[in-house]
Write a new protein. Structure first.
Length: 121
């Protein structure tokens, strides 16, 4: 997910030249949407494969069911983490970095309206 987010931010930066917070949010949404389908397909395939284990009442199911439970829980929690938590943390960190860079640029720019001292004095 982070690779998709990084690539989307770089594309947006390349398009606009500079990156604003609004551009960053758009790029994060684009990157997350690109990763949505592959992640949903992976999780749905694994969940579909595990559901018969949970419904089974045959011999051995009492041993396999407790082994499959953490796998199912892990897949569902990874879905939430990758699709929600990771983009939020990525955007939060990048916004902090952007604000810090904007403040540094603003501090380096000379005050408007002030003329430097003439060198001939």
């Amino acid at each position: 997910m982070v690779i998709y987010l990084e690539e989307a931010v770089e594309r947006k930066r390349h398009e606009r030249g500079t990156l604003t917070i609004t551009d960053l949010r758009e790029a994060v949404m684009e990157g997350a949407l690109l990763r949505l389908r592959p992640k949903l397909m992976t999780v749905s395939t694994i969940v579909a494969g595990l559901l018969p284990i949970f419904w089974s009442n045959r011999v051995g199911s009492e041993v396999i069911r407790p082994l499959a439970t953490p796998v199912l829980g892990g897949m569902l929690s990874s879905l939430a983490h990758v699709l929600i938590v990771t983009p939020i943390i990525f955007m939060w960190l990048r916004e902090r970095e952007l604000r810090r860079n904007q403040a540094a640029v603003a501090a380096l720019q000379p005050a408007q309206g002030l003329q430097p001292f003439p060198s001939s004095l």
